[in-house]
Design a protein around this ligand. Sequence first.
Ligand code: SF4
Ligand code: SF4
Length: 181
Amino acid sequence: MAKTKKTIKTIRVDADKCNGCRACEIICSAYHAEPKYSSVNPARSRIQVMSHRMKNIWLPVFAGENANAECMGRNVYVIDGKEYPECDFCRASCPSRDTFKEPDSGLPLKCDMCESDPPLDVPKCVEKCLNNVLIYEEREEEVEEEIRPEDIQVGLEALIDKYGVQKVLDTVSRMTASKRG
Ligand code: SF4
Ligand code: SF4
């Protein structure tokens, strides 16, 4: 199968530099308001800063996939002597907490990397984080080319317009006969 290039977008999080200013939450909620910038509500943000002041923990986490069921086991992480409570690193909106849920409807929120047309140079939260906690990176990866049925249809329609249905059918049957050997 043919290979094609795909752009992988990531945001690296240098959590040690985060001071909990929450500018990322503010801009994300404003950018995704309808219409854009019409309101600010950090509860609607697709990035949440998990904060535990007494432990000096500030951990920006991006909303990921929705989970329909609560997980059966939980993890506690200890990094550099700081103990992070259960679920802090989890990106899912799930039944056990209100994080990453649209506050009015309860619908799950998911980071979309600020996809827009025309595209932004960098996602909004990256642009507004003045402490360089959020670092935007892009890389190219080679992947199998996906064959979409609608593309085949468009191609066939163009051939039929040019040569007529019968010629296209004759060619296809000749090709399939030669493939069968
Ligand atoms: S804007 Fe940057 S420093 Fe401020 S809370 Fe978000 S990640 Fe942390
Ligand atoms: S990349 Fe965009 S959608 Fe994702 S958290 Fe940042 S501002 Fe929100």
